[in-house]
Ligand binder design. Structure first.
Ligand code: SF4
Ligand code: FES
Length: 248
């Protein structure tokens, strides 16, 4: 396949960026999207040009690092698919593909397609954990009875990979779906109930402090999410937030 790529290049956080045109020939339909970018970078290095900076780690849909807008869609055209699991057979010979970084104020661009998502880490540190004894006094997890429906909902919420597509797609740059995933995962389970009220309040306060916008129920986050985190988790978090003011 022969492709025409328009890729966002930006030297650093305080530099002006622009779309740069590249022609790439010999792309296999079996390549992943990131392998296609690897191929382009090898050609750039061979020409003594600076390779394009982009994030990736697992390349298996697990780590949430490979966050790109592809033709205006977070993670590209396939639903429930991360950029690293997108394949070039999804495109046609001769296609033009526009590749941009996440665009949201709390995710500043570091270089080219790489953004700083450490705001998510700070929200996580504000309450996305449980406190348990870990040496000799732990309870065997399988001995704690949890209804199947509750376990399934908590597990589904726990599949969030922290990619940030929800924020980048939301017109308000809201992080509600990400935070709701964490709250829904931990607050639903007995192990997470001890800190439930504090968790939901502190994580929402951290989200606001980082400059993420408010939720206006547009639902774009749910559509863009590669892991199917649901708006129902936001409803659950809102319920937990209100309840938290009566339980402390
Ligand atoms: S909720 Fe979905 S889109 Fe948002 S960070 Fe988690 S996995 Fe990514
Ligand atoms: S590189 Fe880990 S999810 Fe894509």
């Amino acid at each position: 396949m022969k492709l025409h790529l328009k890729i966002w290049r930006q030297n650093g956080p305080n530099h002006k960026g622009r779309l740069v045109d590249y022609d790439l020939d010999g792309v296999s339909p079996d390549m992943s999207f990131l392998e296609m970018l690897d191929m382009l970078n090898e050609k750039l290095i061979a020409r003594d040009e600076e390779p394009i900076a982009f994030d990736h780690d697992c390349r298996e849909g697990i780590c949430g690092m490979c966050s790109l807008f592809i033709n205006g869609q977070a993670h590209g055209p396939d639903a429930l698919t991360t950029t690293c699991q997108l394949h070039m057979r999804r495109f046609k010979d001769g296609d033009t593909i526009v590749i941009e970084p996440w665009r949201a104020k709390p995710f500043p661009i570091i270089k080219d397609l790489v953004v700083d998502r450490s705001a998510f880490e700070r929200i996580q540190q504000a309450g996305g954990y449980i406190s348990v004894y870990t040496s000799g006094r732990t309870v065997e997890a399988n001995n704690i009875p949890i209804p199947k429906e509750t376990a399934d909902k908590a597990f589904d919420a726990a599949t969030c990979i922290g990619c940030g597509a929800c924020v980048a797609t939301c017109k308000n740059a809201s992080a509600m779906l990400f935070v709701a995933g964490r709250v829904s995962h931990l607050n639903r389970l007995p192990q997470g109930r001890v800190e439930a009220a504090r968790r939901v309040q502190q994580m929402i306060a951290a989200m606001d402090a980082e400059g993420f916008g408010s939720c206006s129920n547009t639902g774009a986050c749910e559509v863009a999410c590669p892991k199917g985190i649901s708006l129902a988790d936001i409803a659950y978090m809102n319920k937990e937030f209100i309840a938290s003011h009566f339980s402390e």
